[in-house]
Design a protein around this ligand. Structure first.
Ligand code: SF4
Ligand code: SF4
Length: 258
C-alpha cells in the first residue's frame, strides 16, 4: 500500500462537514489552483518551510543540517527540532492507520455530542484510495461518521473503492466552464463533473463546495447554484481568503536559511 504523507491533523474542526470533526490533510494534489489555500498540501512529499516573521534570530538552527553544503533539503526536520519559535516547520509525516485511528478516536465523545466525525481532506486524499478505504473502514467499525473532501479529479474506480466506508462527500466545484477551469487549475473539469454525476447516482450524501475566487469564478456563481439545484445537490459557498500566501512564501524561503 502507498503510504501517504499527512501535513496536518486538525481536531475540533467545524468547517469540514457536520458537527465537530477531526480532519486529516493528505499531501499531494493533482490540480494546480492559482489561489490554493493549502500550498503545503500540493507536493506528495515532506517539505521544510521557514516563517521569517516568527524567526527570533537565535541561530540555534545554524550548522544543524546533516546535508552537504548545497545539497537539496531532505526535510529531515533536524533544524526545525532546534527552532524555539516554530519558524522552521516540516510539513509531511507518515502515519500508520492505527496511529491515525487513535487520534481520531480520542474525540469520540465530541462526535457523539455534536453529530460529527472524521473528514479526510488535502491536498487530494482520493489519490490514495487504498489507504483511505482502509482507514475509513476502521472508523466505520468504531461507528464514526466519515466524510471525504475531494476535488474529484481521479478515476471513478477510486470512488468505488471508498464508497462502502464513506458516509458523505464534500465535493469541490470551482467552475463549470472547462476553459475557465483549465485557466484556474491547469486542468479540464470534464472528469470532475462526470464523477460528480456518477457519485450522485449512488445516492451518497454530497455537499458541493464552491470556493468563491475574485476575478475567477464570481460570475459563474449563479450558474453553479442553478446547476446544483437542478440536480438536487446541497451546496455551500466558501469565502476567499489569503492565508495560503504566507505558507507559500514560507515554503519557498527555507533554502535561504540553510
Ligand atoms: S535544511 Fe533542515 S530539514 Fe532540510 S535537510 Fe537540513 S536539517 Fe534537514
Ligand atoms: S529559524 Fe533558526 S534562527 Fe530563527 S528562531 Fe528558528 S532556530 Fe532561531
Amino acid at each position: 500500500m502507498n503510504i501517504p504523507y499527512i501535513f496536518d491533523v486538525q481536531r475540533g474542526s467545524t468547517v469540514d462537514g457536520r458537527g465537530l470533526r477531526t480532519t486529516v490533510f493528505f499531501k499531494g494534489c493533482n490540480l494546480d489552483c492559482f489561489w490554493c489555500h493549502n500550498p503545503e498540501g500540493k507536493k506528495p512529499f515532506p517539505e521544510l518551510a521557514f516563517f521569517a516573521r516568527a524567526c527570533l534570530g537565535c541561530g540555534s538552527c545554524r550548522g544543524a543540517c546533516p546535508g552537504e553544503e548545497g545539497a537539496p533539503c531532505r526535510a529531515c526536520g533536524e533544524c526545525a527540532a532546534l527552532c524555539p519559535s516554530a519558524a522552521l516547520r516540516v510539513y509531511g509525516k507518515q502515519y500508520k492507520i492505527e496511529e491515525l485511528l487513535d487520534i481520531i478516536l480520542a474525540d469520540e465523545p465530541f462526535y457523539e455530542a455534536t453529530g460529527g466525525g472524521v473528514t479526510l481532506s488535502g491536498g487530494e486524499c482520493m489519490l490514495y484510495p487504498d489507504f483511505v478505504s482502509a482507514l475509513l473502514q476502521k472508523c466505520k467499525e468504531k461507528g464514526i461518521h466519515t466524510a471525504i473532501d475531494t476535488a474529484g479529479s481521479v478515476p471513478f474506480s477510486h470512488f468505488e473503492q471508498v464508497l462502502p466506508y464513506t458516509d458523505m462527500f464534500l465535493y469541490d466545484i470551482k467552475c463549470l466552464s472547462p476553459s475557465l477551469h483549465k485557466q484556474g487549475t491547469g486542468f479540464d473539469n470534464s472528469l470532475i463533473l462526470e464523477n460528480l454525476e456518477r457519485l450522485r447516482q449512488t445516492g451518497k450524501e454530497i455537499l458541493v463546495r464552491v470556493p468563491l475566487i475574485p476575478s475567477f469564478n464570481e460570475k459563474e456563481k449563479d450558474e453553479i447554484e442553478a446547476f446544483c439545484r437542478a440536480r438536487g445537490l446541497s451546496y455551500e459557498l466558501l469565502p476567499y481568503h489569503t492565508l495560503g500566501e504566507g505558507k507559500k512564501a514560507a515554503l519557498s524561503a527555507f533554502r535561504e536559511r540553510k
